[in-house]
Design a binder for this molecule. Structure first.
Ligand SMILES: [Zn+2]
Length: 405
């Protein structure tokens, strides 16, 4: 088992150790040391990265993982050229470690705040690259509760309370009123003690006073299967997130030449305007279709007691030609309309006035057999999306000839 130096000192960023083994893996070589300050992924906190120095060699540690027996694997880049017995110096990426400490200690403060205020226990903790989250065992969680928990957590941070690491036996732990006791039995439990606020069993790396967390910013809250998930960011991540939010909001506000706090109101107004425009556009289109229908019916002579209208539009879409077909067959009791729109995507609509003897569905099938694409419909109305529109004039002319027979 590797000696876990980070159990006793979260601020140990450099250490000396001896190489015990290098696991023979071509794709992912891993170094095993007698002692390490590299934190392996565990308890919601993600692994440290850093370097192993050996003579002139600077070997990049990309991940650390703990095996069931307590051995820690340091996955390294390239071919490490390390032999058992060699002394090395380990360097932790301290920026990354400090970020993890801010997030993890922040989580303890936040979880304790949710217990104190609303008796809502934390059932899991996730640390992501951008944000962290806890799952709370609670049926409801309001925006007001979120603000109150955030405020209490930040009060604890400004009070800069000491955070101590303690080791106790399971028997001792039982009398201490821990927020969380791990399910596995161990000889010694490691406790993280936030003075007079929270006492929890945890193996993670933590700040030494709550002030080092910096701040906590709560963000999205969503209902999940077993309760509520609350996203949060601490310390420098909180500042970076707030900066990102501000930039985004400012860009949005600039588009409306408004203050960023007025952005929701501006967006609502724009949505209303867009709805009104859409409605008037639809009305105009219907009126235009009606005019087109009247004109086409007036221009088309009756042959064999019916009017066969064939029209191809290069600047209209399916919606318009369908509307036009409906208007034509409503305005005239003896009309058959074969309409095409060549715009992208191209469309066909065939329609006849009720009582006319043809079958628009089978005419559409014939047209699409020649042009490709999909479509269909009933005897009175059919529509299709041809795969290609070249030659549509010839197809419609052929179909028209059959209608006059
Ligand atoms: Zn923890």
């Amino acid at each position: 088992m590797t000696d876990h130096l980070y159990y006793h000192d979260s601020f140990l960023y450099e250490f000396d150790a001896e190489v015990l083994a290098v696991t023979p893996s071509d794709s992912r070589p891993a170094v095993i040391l007698d002692r390490t300050a590299f934190y392996p992924t565990s308890g919601g906190q993600v692994f440290d990265t850093g370097w192993i120095l050996s003579g002139e060699n600077k070997i990049r540690v990309v991940e650390a993982e703990e095996k069931d027996d307590g051995t820690i694997l340091h996955f390294v880049e390239g071919n490490p050229k390390l032999e058992p017995g060699i002394r090395i110096r380990g360097l932790i990426d301290s920026e990354r470690r400090r970020d993890h400490m801010q997030q993890h200690s922040g989580q303890h403060v936040l979880s304790a705040a949710f217990i104190r205020l609303f008796n809502a226990p934390t059932v899991s903790f996730h640390m992501g690259d951008e944000y962290c989250s806890i799952d709370l065992d609670t049926k409801i969680l309001t925006g007001d509760q979120i603000e109150k928990a955030e405020a209490l957590a930040n009060d604890l941070i400004t009070q800069d309370r000491p955070v101590a690491i303690r080791f106790v036996t399971p028997q001792e732990a039982r009398g201490l009123g821990l927020r969380k006791i791990p399910p596995v039995e161990r000889d010694k439990l490691r406790l993280i003690d936030i003075h007079d606020f929270d006492l929890t069993a945890c193996g993670g790396t933590h700040v030494s006073t709550t002030g080092q967390i910096g701040c906590i910013l709560l963000r999205k809250a969503e209902k999940v299967r077993q309760g509520w998930r609350v996203e949060f960011v601490c310390g420098k991540r909180a500042v970076a997130t707030a900066r990102h939010d501000y930039t985004t909001l400012s860009e949005g506000a600039a588009l409306f030449s408004s203050h960023l706090w007025d952005l929701p109101q501006q967006v609502r107004k724009m949505q209303e305007d867009a709805r009104a425009s859409r409605k008037s556009g639809e009305q105009l289109l219907a009126e235009l279709a009606e005019l087109h229908a009247s004109r086409l019916l007036a221009e088309t002579p009756e042959t064999s007691e019916r009017k066969v209208i064939v029209a191809i539009f290069s600047d209209r879409d399916l919606t318009f030609i369908r509307l036009l077909a409906q208007k034509i067959t409503r305005l005239s009791a003896t009309a058959v309309a074969l309409l095409a729109a060549t715009s992208n995507p191209p469309a066909l609509v065939f329609a006849q006035s009720p009582g006319q003897p043809f079958d628009m569905g089978s005419l559409m099938k014939e047209a699409l057999a020649r042009l490709g694409g999909r479509g269909g419909g009933s005897t009175d109305l059919a529509q299709g999306g041809p795969a290609q529109i070249d030659g549509v004039q010839g197809v419609l002319t052929d179909l028209t000839a059959r209608l006059h027979r």
